[in-house]
Ligand binder design. Structure first.
Ligand code: GLU
Length: 452
């Protein structure tokens, strides 16, 4: 039996998360694979919230599914279902099954000693095999499953029944889900056959493993999708990274946009073995995306991660932030890294005069105030001669370097750098001077001179 959608051969996939936890990285990848496969075949993807477990299902978890998918740009063709709202439909199918003798009501002693009724599937005890798009032929002897329970009563279907009825009613043609779904497949195929549903194609995608090849879990760090957003990863990088968890393009390229993925993704080429989650790779990919971001978008993101004390600093503005972009890019892989830089005190000085002890100005802790003051004064004199519009890194270096070579590089460049950053470690003084521009550079050198 085929329904209309299948007759038209339209690909229909579904992403069917259970809202019993925050949408995690593995769930998001399953959603992505369903989306890519649907899109590349001109089909649609349905979002189905599998909340038959009423006790463990929570609204906040469901929200994390909507929010996570929308953040990643995985669109579910405008409709979604909640299993808890479809009990009448399941009931009709259970009644039909009982009528046809493929299911029966069984009176049983419960654990509490009370007699109750459950609905069991009448197992035909055959062998079942199916062709998995990724794994090839998979065979099961279903007799050992016995007459398994499909509903607690007519109104309370259990998970397998609801899944099969939904896949049927929604015309799902391809079931793409995690490898942990393999063991569910024989029961689901049995129910399909009992209700006369056509068999969809299956593709079971590999588990995501931690670097030690154990199953990825919370103890390995962030696993919830939105946590990655909160740590300053950007959505296209996560999409890119997720796609490479178990699949890679033929030409081995690593930076792929959603539309590249729709064009190139190949379900049959997904690997069978577990896909190892590599944080360094994710950070590398994320950085690639930061580099490709326009200045405006970069600054908008960066600003969200700037601590208040920096945003309140006198010299803080979107313009300075834009100017800082190349320097930031050398130091961060995620926007969250901005917070760490700030905590280590490596950001504030870009926006306000740094506070430091005069001893920091002494190269290797040596030197006397007089000689350092003289050097700073000479530097100011040379810098003052550079026209403001020429005040770039190369030009400054050209002018200062011969002097530094003459007096000793450390003795000149160290105090110059400390005068600008206030720190024993920071970018080189030419970069800093160019960043601050002529006026601010001269001002900071004067402050240093006064300290001595
Ligand atoms: N609701 C199931 C889960 O979240 C997925 C079931 C399926 O894809 O068939 O694990």
């Amino acid at each position: 039996m085929e329904n209309i959608a299948q007759k038209q051969q339209k690909v229909i996939t579904r992403f069917a998360p259970s809202p019993t936890g925050f949408l995690h990285i593995g769930g998001a990848r399953t959603g992505l694979f369903n989306y890519l496969f649907a899109k590349q075949n001109g089909g649609i993807m349905i979002l189905r919230i599998e909340d038959t477990d009423r006790e463990r299902s929570k609204k906040e978890y469901e929200n994390s599914i909507f929010e996570g998918l929308s953040w990643l740009g995985i669109k579910y063709d405008e409709f979604y279902y909640r299993q808890s709202e479809r009990t009448a439909l399941y009931q009709r199918h259970i009644e039909k099954m009982i009528e046809k003798g493929t299911a029966y009501i069984s009176k049983e002693d419960g654990r509490d000693g009370k007699r109750s009724e459950v609905i069991r599937f009448k197992n035909p005890k055959t062998k079942i095999s199916f062709e998995d798009i990724i794994r090839g032929k998979i065979e099961f002897d279903v007799s050992e499953l016995g007459d398994f329970v499909i509903a607690k009563d007519i109104e309370s279907p259990l998970y397998h029944l609801a899944v099969v009825v939904d896949d049927f009613e929604m015309g799902v043609t391809h079931i793409i889900r995690g490898e942990d779904g393999i063991s569910n497949t024989p029961r689901q195929i049995l129910i399909q056959e009992a209700i006369g549903a056509p068999r969809p194609r299956y593709a079971h995608i590999p588990l995501i493993l931690a670097p030690d090849r154990s199953k990825l879990s919370k103890r390995h760090g962030a696993v919830s999708l939105l946590e990655f957003r909160d740590k300053g990863f950007v959505a296209p990088a996560i999409v890119n990274f997720l796609a490479l968890l178990g699949w890679h393009p033929k030409d081995e390229s690593e930076i792929l946009s959603m539309s590249d993925l729709i064009a190139q993704f190949s379900l049959p080429d997904v690997q069978k073995g577990g896909a190892v989650f590599n944080m360094d790779k994710l950070r590398w990919i994320n950085r690639e995306y930061l580099e490709r971001m326009s200045e405006v978008v970069f600054s908008e993101h960066a600003e969200r991660f700037m601590p208040e004390d920096i945003k309140n600093a006198e010299g803080y503005s979107l313009k300075t932030l834009n100017k800082l972009r190349p320097l930031l890019l050398e130091r961060i892989s995620t926007f969250g890294d901005i917070r760490e830089l700030a905590e280590r005190g490596e950001l504030l000085y870009f926006f306000s005069q740094p506070l430091y002890e005069k001893e920091t100005l002494f190269w290797k802790g040596e030197g006397n105030p007089d000689s350092v003051r003289e050097i700073l004064r000479a530097l100011s004199g040379m810098l003052d001669k550079i026209p403001p519009e020429e005040f770039g890194e190369e030009y400054i270096k050209q002018k200062i370097f011969p002097f530094a070579e003459e007096k000793g590089k450390g003795s000149v460049l160290w105090p110059m750098r400390v005068a600008l950053s206030g720190l024993p470690k920071s970018p080189d003084p030419f970069t800093l001077a160019a960043f601050f521009g002529k006026d601010e550079t001269l001002r900071r050198l004067a402050v240093a001179e006064k300290k001595l």
